[in-house]
Design a binder for this molecule. Structure first.
Ligand code: F3S
Length: 406
């Protein structure tokens, strides 16, 4: 029998021999390979997972492999947005081949019994870990959010490893599942006040880019950051870099002091962030020199509070001619936004609120050669459009509505 560095129980050995079906076997094979690569001693139980599903062929291959082999999720496993093909087909059709891939991905996740949340902020509503739970969460904002804001424990998973963990209900014990590896690695002195999520997004983008990989410990932040500010920091720092966890001692849950965050050791690395660094990042992200054709918000998916804010700004306004305006969110949040009348106010202005959809999917093909504007440094970073301007929500609305050309 093949030997593994990761110790397996008799039950796990049986799964590896195919005793629970081929799909489950494939899922465990992947987890054992990861465990061996990272010298994990054993597999540990997880309570939930989040798979960063997407309408891409690689994702389709793996989820269909497991679904066709009869695998089913043993713990709640939520899914990332793909896109709402029906909604887009009414406006402009996505390319047929890609639409078919997205449809099959979504069907396969259903067959493995995942929670069809199609949301990149599942930790807000559909799949919320508790403090110290071991989980397997992929997706840029989700990994650092559940580690840092909630104090659950996850590695920076891929869609495939998170899905495999959801199917087995276990993950190899390594990395951020081990307390010592959650020690801070770099002190980040924030020497400028941060007003809103947009500025937290710029901070995250800078910190991720500067540190690359590690556990930053932020000081100088004077007030409790809002949920949206934390989401933007998470998404951007884990996009420009690979920041799976951070501390803001006094505000995030796991370390009350800077000393606790570094587990009593001195920090070797230190960086400082002033207004100047945020301005540099802001300017670096602007590629647009032309007039804006469309606004794209909700990367990560907008919260109810952000949709309410957009509705207030758009209320009794009309979009300029040839201007398109999109807000992406989860189906859960959209339903609440409808109940509260926010969707109506937004649609009256001529804008759309679309559920289940990621900004990085082929449904946006119609904008490929156009100029967009977004409040998300992550969306700008992907460079999926001819060019992009990054600005606060207020500026996006000002640009989009009648009488205020950019
Ligand atoms: Fe979410 Fe897609 Fe942006 S998953 S964070 S909308 S790139």
């Amino acid at each position: 029998m093949e030997m593994h560095r990761t110790h397996l129980t008799k039950q796990e050995e049986k799964i590896l021999r195919g005793g629970s079906g081929e799909g489950t076997q494939k899922a465990l094979e992947l987890l054992v390979a990861i465990g061996d690569a990272f010298d994990a001693e054993k597999m540990i139980p997880i309570t939930r997972a989040h798979a960063a599903s997407s309408g891409q062929e690689g994702d389709l291959y793996f989820v269909e492999l497991l679904a066709n082999g009869g695998a089913r999720c043993r713990v709640p496993t939520s899914t990332n947005p793909v896109y709402d093909a029906e909604y887009f087909d009414k406006l402009f059709a996505a390319p047929r081949k890609e639409a078919e891939v997205a449809r099959r991905v979504m069907m396969a996740y259903k067959r493995v019994g995942a929670i069809l949340s199609w949301s990149c902020a599942p930790y807000l509503a559909e799949n919320i870990p508790l403090f110290r739970e071991n989980v397997a969460f992929s997706e840029s904002s989700a990994t650092p959010y559940v580690n840092s804001v909630i104090g659950a424990r996850t590695n920076r998973e891929a869609a495939q490893s998170a899905l495999a963990a959801g199917i087995i209900g276990k993950t190899p014990e390594y990395g951020l599942h081990i307390r010592e590896n959650r020690r801070g690695t770099c002190l980040v002195r924030v020497e400028t006040p941060l007003k809103d999520e947009f500025e937290y997004g710029l901070l995250g983008y800078y910190v991720g880019k500067k540190i690359g990989y590690g556990v930053p410990v932020l000081t100088g932040i004077k007030r409790q950051p809002t949920t949206e500010e934390l989401i933007y920091f998470c998404a951007m720092s884990n996009t420009s870099g690979a920041i799976s966890m951070f501390y803001i001692p006094g505000f995030t849950v796991e370390a009350a002091t800077v000393k606790d965050a570094f587990q009593g050791e001195a920090s070797k690395d230190k960086i400082e962030v002033t207004k100047l660094e945020l301005k540099q990042v802001y300017e670096e992200l602007q590629t647009a020199k032309r007039t804006t054709d469309f606004i794209l918000l909700g990367c990560p998916h907008y919260t109810l509070k952000q949709i309410e804010h957009a509705a207030e700004l758009l209320n009794r306004k009309k979009l300029r001619q040839n201007m398109d305006f999109w807000i992406c969110t989860s189906a859960t949040t959209k339903m609440l936004a409808e109940r509260n009348g926010y969707v109506e106010a937004i649609e009256r202005a001529g804008a759309h609120v679309v559920a289940d959809t990621c900004i990085d999917e082929p449904c946006w093909i119609a904008y490929k050669e156009k100029t967009g504007m977004t409040d998300s440094p992550k969306c700008a970073y992907y460079r999926r459009f001819r060019d992009v301007r990054v600005a606060k929500l207020e500026d996006c609305v000002r640009t989009a509505v009648k009488g205020k050309p950019d």
